[in-house]
Structures are given as structure tokens and as C-alpha cells.
Design a binder for this molecule. Structure first.
Ligand code: ATP
Ligand code: LTN
Length: 342
């Protein structure tokens, strides 16, 4: 076994639902993924099949899939260390999802809070069956690769829990097949809030663009948004989530980027104005994201090369996925097609 394959495995993905990742996606997810590359065998993918659980414009989806992949790489995912791929390039995800659908209870799927939230937004009648079985496809994404860990935000904990239940259920019914994965939940400190509404998390689906810091925005736009970030009528720079959510968010962003403890930042800013803090946050943010933006643009300039890297990743992923799926198909009793060596 090679050195990399003997390491424990982790897998994660982020939907290609926008033209740019925001600072929350970057600091809350991508930075952690990049770190796991040292100690784990890592798989990162773009769940385009999950994206179509709500209506998508086809040309835009294709573009966003490439853009997301480019931002993963520019943000530090190393295609020589990690397997980077697009979900729809590995048909085993859909194939395993079907089998898992057949061992998932209707009531069990109905209890998934993300489905309840998302379907409530557009009316339950309008929600697709794909949206309903979204967590089962996610379980397939995970279980195919038998990872020990799945680094995700707290909102995905229930989905990883379902993947664990399905793994145990399958193993119990058909014999030991899947690894039961752990959710690696990111710390609360890694949560970034909306600049305009600092009690809500920064999110692509936020009410307006001014609360967002996007990796792909022009640095001038980013600087302007930070300058206009909502603070409070007070003038003291203190870490107090309850009473000073805006200032607290800015301090947390700065602390994460500079790796300086919050308390030492607070001491540095004693007697200074919000404008000083904002200028420093702006400088630190732009210094960090600008190289990611230019590298992403470079990668997007050569879509052929990007597609080649993704094809390479998909081939590696299939090497693992096909083995698991063959095991599953044999266990559930599917007749192998003639000529298949079992
Ligand atoms: P949407 O608005 O469509 O729900 P989103 O911007 O909230 O999207 P997701 O696609 O749900 O982002 O999440 C991708 C990853 O980024 C997840 O691991 C999630 O935990 C992380 N993430 C998203 N928003 C933040 C945030 N504000 N702070 C920290 N991490 C975040
Ligand atoms: N639902 C996740 C994206 C996702 C995922 C996965 C994450 C799809 N399949 C498998 C981890 C493992 C999200 O919206 N962040």
C-alpha cells in the first residue's frame, strides 16, 4: 500500500451554486479542507447532481461547476494530493443512491430539516423528489469512498447522521460493507456573518450582495463592502457577539486571517476607531483573496486543462467507487452481467 492510501480518508463537497465562493465558504470550509491534505487521503468534489435538485440554468451550471473547481484549486486543493472531481463524472454516485433509496424509510427522509426548510420556501408541492432524496444521494457520495471523516458545517450534521444510519443498516442486512463515517464539524469560531446583517451567517442566498465578501470580486468592491459593514452606535472595539455583532464579526475575520488571538487584537485597538479596524480587515482580506482570484482567473483561461484535471480526478475516484459499488451490487443480489468476474 502506498503512503497516501494507508492514511485515513476524508471527503467533502460544496455545491456549485454561485459564481464565487464567499469568505464563509473559504474560511469555514475550504481552508480546513486544505489543511486535511497533510494528514488524510482526501477527496473533494463538486456536487452538480445535488445542484439540480432545484432548477438551474444548464449553461450557467456548467460554468459554475468549472468556476467552483478552479476556486478549490486556487484556494489550495492540490490535485496531486487530493482527488478532485465532479460528481456527475462518476456514475456510481447515482447507482449507489438508488440502492440506498431502497433502504431509506419514507418517514426517515421526511424528517430531514434541510428538506423541510427548502421545500417550505417554494411550497411543498413544488419541491422535487430529487430534493427529497438529496440526503440519500449525499449518503451515497460519502459511503462510496468509505471515508472515516466528512468535514462539513453544522447544517449538514443531520445528513451525515443519515449516512451513518444507512451504513449501519446496510452492513447489518447484507454484511460488512461500509465504513461508518464521522462528521468533522467545523468550530463555531469559523462562522462568518453577513456584513450588513451580522446576526445572520454569510450566505450565497442572503438577501443582498452588500453583506457578502466574494473571492471573485474586484478588490475595490471588497474594500467598499467592508468599509460599509454595519457596526453599532458605540465606539469601543470589543468582542461581544450579543451586543456588538458587527464589530465581533470583523474581529473574528481578522483573527482568523492573521492567526492573532482575539484578545490581543482587542488590546491593539484600544482607543482606536472602527475605521482603523475596517481598514485592517480590508487589507488582510484582500491580501488573502486576491492571489486566489487571479489564480482562479488563470485556471479559467484554460478550460481544456481544467477539464483534463477534473477527468483525471474522476478516473481516480471511479477506481475506488466502482469497487464499492460492485461489492454492494453483489451483496444485494443483482445478477452480474455475463462476462463479469465476481
Ligand atoms: P446557501 O446560501 O446556498 O445555503 P452557503 O453560502 O450557505 O449556501 P453552502 O453551500 O451551504 O454555503 O456551504 C458550503 C460550505 O461552506 C459548508 O461547509 C458550510 O458549512 C460552509 N459555510 C457556508 N457559509 C458559511 C459561513 N458564513 N461561515 C462559515 N462557513 C460557512
Ligand atoms: N450538502 C452539502 C454538499 C454535499 C456534501 C456531500 C458534503 C453533497 N454531498 C458529501 C459532504 C459530503 C452542502 O450543501 N454543503
Amino acid at each position: 500500500m502506498s503512503e497516501t492510501t494507508s492514511r485515513p480518508r476524508v471527503l467533502s463537497g460544496m455545491q456549485p451554486s454561485g459564481n464565487s465562493l464567499h469568505l464563509g465558504n473559504y474560511l469555514g470550509a475550504l481552508v480546513n479542507w486544505v489543511k486535511t491534505q497533510h494528514d488524510y487521503q482526501t477527496l473533494f468534489f463538486i456536487p452538480d447532481m445535488h445542484a439540480i435538485t432545484v432548477a438551474q440554468d444548464p449553461a450557467q451550471l456548467r460554468e459554475r461547476t468549472r468556476k467552483t473547481a478552479a476556486q478549490y484549486i486556487a484556494g489550495g486543493i492540490d490535485v496531486d494530493k487530493s482527488i478532485l472531481f465532479v460528481q456527475s463524472h462518476v456514475p456510481e454516485h447515482a447507482q449507489l443512491a438508488w440502492v440506498l433509496n431502497c433502504i431509506t424509510g419514507f418517514g426517515e427522509a421526511s424528517r430531514m430539516t434541510q428538506f423541510k426548510d427548502k421545500s417550505a420556501k417554494g411550497g411543498a408541492e413544488a419541491a422535487s423528489v430529487g430534493l427529497f432524496t438529496y440526503p440519500v444521494l449525499m449518503a451515497a457520495d460519502i459511503l462510496l469512498y468509505r471515508p472515516q471523516g466528512v468535514p462539513v458545517g453544522d447544517d449538514q450534521r443531520q445528513h451525515v447522521e443519515l449516512a451513518r444510519d444507512l451504513a449501519k443498516r446496510f452492513n447489518h442486512r447484507f454484511g460488512e460493507t461500509f465504513t461508518v463515517p464521522e462528521a468533522f464539524i467545523q468550530k463555531e469560531g469559523a462562522r462568518i456573518y453577513d456584513l450588513q446583517n451580522p446576526t445572520a451567517k454569510m450566505s450565497k442566498s442572503a438577501s443582498g450582495p452588500n453583506g457578502l465578501i466574494n473571492l471573485m470580486d474586484d478588490p475595490k468592491v471588497t474594500a467598499k463592502r467592508i468599509k460599509s459593514a454595519v457596526t453599532d452606535a458605540d465606539t469601543v472595539i470589543a468582542h461581544d457577539r450579543e451586543n456588538k455583532p458587527g464589530v465581533t464579526n470583523l474581529l473574528e475575520i481578522l483573527s482568523t486571517l492573521t492567526e492573532k488571538p482575539i484578545q490581543s487584537l482587542v488590546a491593539d485597538y484600544e482607543g482606536k476607531m472602527y475605521g482603523h479596524l475596517k481598514a485592517d480587515v480590508s487589507e488582510a482580506v484582500v491580501a488573502r483573496i486576491e492571489p486566489i482570484r487571479s489564480r482562479t482567473l488563470e485556471l479559467l483561461d484554460d478550460p481544456g486543462e481544467l477539464d483534463r484535471l477534473l477527468a483525471q480526478g474522476a478516473a481516480k475516484a471511479r477506481g475506488i467507487a466502482a469497487e464499492t459499488l460492485a461489492d454492494v451490487y453483489a451483496k444485494v443480489g443483482f445478477l452480474p452481467p455475463m462476462g463479469t468476474v465476481v
